[in-house]
Design a protein. Structure first.
Length: 161
């Protein structure tokens, strides 16, 4: 929802900026910088929400050809890779954010704002994505376990006949 509000804010502010610049030759100076930072927040905070709803791009042509168990195994592998990448981004993003906070580094484009406030969304967003990727990993592991149990039950039934 937060990302949707930011998208609407971007749309309105850019529209106002273009209108004011075109007709009154009075652009809004903060719109470009605000849009850039809003897109950063949308990307990093929206990724976890999108993963939770399984909205990320997939190569369905490959996944749809697989049986449920191999598909779940492939999903476990990709979820683990995602978790590792997210952990690294949380680690290094936190170090970079804290470094900028301790050194008092400012963003110097249009307004002098603390840069750590904009960098903090990177480890925060990746932490949320890390948690969701671990949840997905365990969900896929449950699918594998269920498939294994069903296969063992089928084998046991065939021996009873």
């Amino acid at each position: 929802m937060f990302a949707g509000v930011l998208v609407i804010g971007i749309m309105l502010s850019v529209s106002a900026d273009v209108t004011l610049r075109t007709f009154l030759n009075r652009p809004i100076t903060w719109v470009l910088e605000g849009t850039e930072y809003s897109l950063l927040y949308i990307t990093f905070l929206g990724a976890a929400w999108l993963l939770k709803r399984e909205g990320h791009v997939r190569v369905d042509i490959v996944l749809n050809q697989l049986e449920p168990r191999p598909r779940a195994i492939l999903n476990v592998v990709t979820s683990i890779i995602l978790a590792i990448v997210c952990f690294l981004l949380v680690w290094y993003g936190t170090q970079s954010t804290l470094n900028n906070l301790q050194r008092g580094i400012l963003s110097v484009r249009y307004y002098s704002l603390p840069k750590f406030a904009f960098l903090a969304v990177i480890p925060l967003g990746r932490l949320l994505l890390l948690v969701d990727s671990l949840k997905k990993t365990f969900e896929f592991l449950q699918i594998i376990r269920k498939e294994r149990q069903e296969a063992q039950a089928d084998v046991a039934k065939s021996f009873q006949m």
